[in-house]
Design a protein around this ligand. Structure first.
Ligand code: GRF
Length: 187
């Protein structure tokens, strides 16, 4: 099958990136990862790209024209789809117009609950009964685009932030690939 040329944006650990790299090796998986962009030169996730010989582009998101730099390299690499996997920077409306309905993100809560940062501490404080992850399209508003997939689990009495994070990430490793398959099935 012809796979869509995809870029993954990261800022940190990159465990979702690593998982998507593995999935992308399946013959029937709709995307191939042809570029990784990180706004953190020390991001642990860069090692997964290196190990798999995927080109890496480090961008300084503190500079005003950073999005133009990203758009240029995406064009050079003929990228048609973007997955945000722990990318800690909000993307502008202008950038989104270049990739309409082609940017998705994974968020560690059951959106629309707990948008933004520090999700796990807020979930505990709020005494939620269940939580999980959401894969959604990216629009101009933070963590607000149309939902593609959600997965959840019931919170146990002893679940602290660390446990919630690891349970949530475990679900993300299934939800992100499933969401990608769903997106491409629709097209
Ligand atoms: C994920 O848990 C995701 O929900 C959030 O950032 C985290 C990234 O983790 N947006 P990793 O870098 O993929 O390990």
């Amino acid at each position: 099958m012809v796979k869509t040329r995809t870029c993954i944006f990261i800022s940190g650990k990159g465990s979702n990136l690593n998982n998507l790299i593995k999935k992308s090796r399946d013959y029937n998986f709709p995307i191939n990862i042809n570029l990784v962009i990180s706004n953190n030169p020390k991001a642990e996730g860069i090692k997964h790209a290196k190990k798999n010989s995927i080109p890496i582009f480090i961008v300084n998101t503190k500079k005003r024209n950073f999005e133009n730099k990203i758009l240029k390299i995406l064009k050079e690499k003929r990228i048609n789809f973007i997955c945000l996997a722990g990318f800690m920077k909000i993307i502008s409306r202008n950038f989104l117009l270049n990739f309409k309905k082609k940017i998705i993100n994974v968020h560690p809560s059951l959106l629309p609950k707990f948008k933004g940062l520090n999700t796990f501490s807020r979930i505990i404080k709020n005494k939620e009964k269940k939580t999980g992850c959401t894969v959604h399209y990216v629009n101009e508003k933070l963590d607000s685009g149309n939902i593609i997939i959600q997965k959840f689990f019931y919170i146990k009495k002893n679940d602290n932030e660390k446990i919630l994070k690891s349970k949530t990430q475990y679900l993300e490793y299934r939800a992100f690939p499933e969401a990608i398959i769903k997106v491409f099935r629709k097209n």
